[in-house]
Design a protein around this ligand. Structure first.
Ligand code: NAG
Ligand code: NAG
Ligand code: NAG
Ligand code: NAG
Ligand code: NAG
Ligand code: NAG
Length: 411
């Protein structure tokens, strides 16, 4: 699969740990390093340990760790704190949903309403902003981002969506803008990609107007370009500032294909949900003929994981052929959303998130994973990727030699 992350060897880093630097050890290390070759994956330092002049590059040899709304398993979603935690924990990409304020400023926020993840209910000055709008075919009542200026939105504080997650950070962080999100990624001391979604474009274009007849999608691309995001998948420009653009709305992706060749991912909803812009069924947009069409515009798909492997009574059923067919069309597959808590982990995984990652990476063969717990996925990948390819035999050999060296030096 040409478009999937390529594989290269990578165990030098762990090996260094085993070696002590006696003369023999050092000579052996140099020798082994020559054998292993300089192509080996460099150590993956946390930002605090990274060298400042040359940024640690994006890893491209294993499935991408996509920090869904930041480390929102730990901190309120889509806040600077959640994104910085995700970067610290080893995210390859930080993921966000882009919506708009009333005055056309693009913000990082998931729901079209503020009700479930902010303290809007504690702001009597906004009590009369309660509205009902039709969103994707159903009437929704609440406080909509499109009825608030950016200044008003900044006066709110974000809270944790789920009751069973840590509530101690509620009320501490503001909503951030798309530009602030980008600067968090660019400020990281290693290369961290961004993965923004053009969220609810039909609804946003209905309620927010920009000068010169510009659409939401146009403003979205303008901001990416302003910060130097450009280039096709794996190009030099892209590797310097990696970005995937995602949307559930195929017409939005087609529209911007004129303006940027950044890689795009078509998100795919539950099998009962038609597309918000073209009213196409799940079956239509996952057919071979549709993949043939959409692959001109996108490098991959982002399906809900329970549609890739159906679930009954909390147990996995037979996997569908979606991943195989997408790969046959040279499309990557980045399913969503991996969550560590028991209520989300299907019973097959024995309440072990590592089991779930192992299944999706090794059996299903996905190319990226949207996770609420970037730290877990990162740890899992660090612990398993040494022996996940043909490096495995060499790694074992090196380990044996290292053990030998350490016993030799102790003696
Ligand atoms: C918003 O309006 C709906 C319908 O009028 C009402 O049921 C709901 O309580 C209101 N919510 C708030 C927070 O005012
Ligand atoms: C939403 O509410 C409006 C006004 O009450 C109504 O005309 C419309 O049919 C409703 N739409 C849906 C999808 O229920
Ligand atoms: C808040 O979340 C609940 C549960 O997911 C959902 O049913 C409700 O529609 C949400 N409220 C708003 C205003 O979006
Ligand atoms: C791309 O741009 C050209 C010229 O601006 C326009 O004619 C065409 O319709 C655009 N295509 C899409 C898919 O937006
Ligand atoms: C979307 O498609 C369904 C099934 O073909 C149809 O019943 C429905 O009326 C369509 N909705 C719109 C808004 O066109
Ligand atoms: C790596 O080796 C460990 C221990 O031998 C094993 O449990 C694990 O399944 C292996 N991982 C892969 C990806 O092969």
């Amino acid at each position: 699969m040409a478009s999937s992350p390529s594989h290269s060897s990578g165990f030098t880093a762990c090996f260094v740990i085993f070696l002590s630097f006696g003369a023999f050890g050092l000579a052996l290390f140099v020798y082994l390093f020559l054998i292993v070759g300089c192509s080996a994956r460099p150590l993956y330092p946390l930002p605090s340990k990274a060298v400042n002049d040359i940024k640690q590059s994006l890893q491209t040899f294993r499935p991408y760790n996509i920090a869904h709304r930041g480390s929102n398993g730990e901190l309120p979603e889509e806040t600077s704190a959640a994104y910085m935690r995700a970067i610290k924990e080893g995210a390859d990409f930080i993921e966000t949903d882009i919506l708009s304020s009333k005055d056309g400023v693009l913000i990082c926020f998931h729901d079209v309403t503020l009700d479930n993840t902010t303290d809007i209910a504690k702001h009597p000055e906004f009590a009369n902003r309660n509205r009902t709008y039709e969103v994707q075919g159903s009437n929704v009542t609440g406080f909509f981002t499109v009825d608030f200026t950016i200044e008003e939105l900044k006066s709110l504080r974000v809270k944790q969506r789920f009751k069973f997650r840590d509530q101690q950070y509620n009320g501490k962080f503001q909503i951030i803008t798309f530009e602030e999100f980008i600067s968090i990624a660019l400020d990281a001391s290693r290369v961290v990609g961004i993965y923004p979604e053009i969220k609810n474009p039909v609804f946003i274009n209905q309620h927010v107007k920009w000068p010169e007849g510009k659409r939401f999608e146009d403003k979205f691309v303008e901001i990416l370009q302003k910060y130097g995001y450009k280039g096709s998948y794996m190009s030099k420009d892209w590797l310097e500032k990696p970005a995937f653009i995602q949307s559930f709305a195929p017409t939005s992706l087609v529209h911007i294909s004129n303006q940027t060749d950044l890689p795009k991912i078509l998100l795919i909803d539950d099998i009962t949900m038609p597309t918000q812009d073209t009213n196409q069924s799940y079956w239509e947009i996952t057919s071979d003929s549709y993949f043939d069409y959409i692959k001109q515009y996108v490098v991959g798909i982002g399906p809900w994981k329970d549609t890739v492997v159906p679930v009954a009574k909390h147990y996995l059923q037979t996997p569908t052929d979606l991943v195989a067919r997408a790969h046959a069309h040279n499309l990557q597959v980045h399913p969503y959303t991996y969550r560590n808590e028991n209520q989300f982990l299907h019973f097959n995984f024995h309440q072990d998130p590592y089991d779930e990652y192992a299944y999706w990476i090794n059996i299903i063969g996905v190319d990226g994973l949207f996770t609420d717990f970037t730290g877990s996925l990162h740890n899992y990948q660090e612990q398993t990727s040494f022996n996940s390819s043909d490096d495995s035999i060499a790694a074992k050999l090196l380990h044996k030699i290292a053990m030998l060296v350490s016993s030799y030096e102790k003696a």
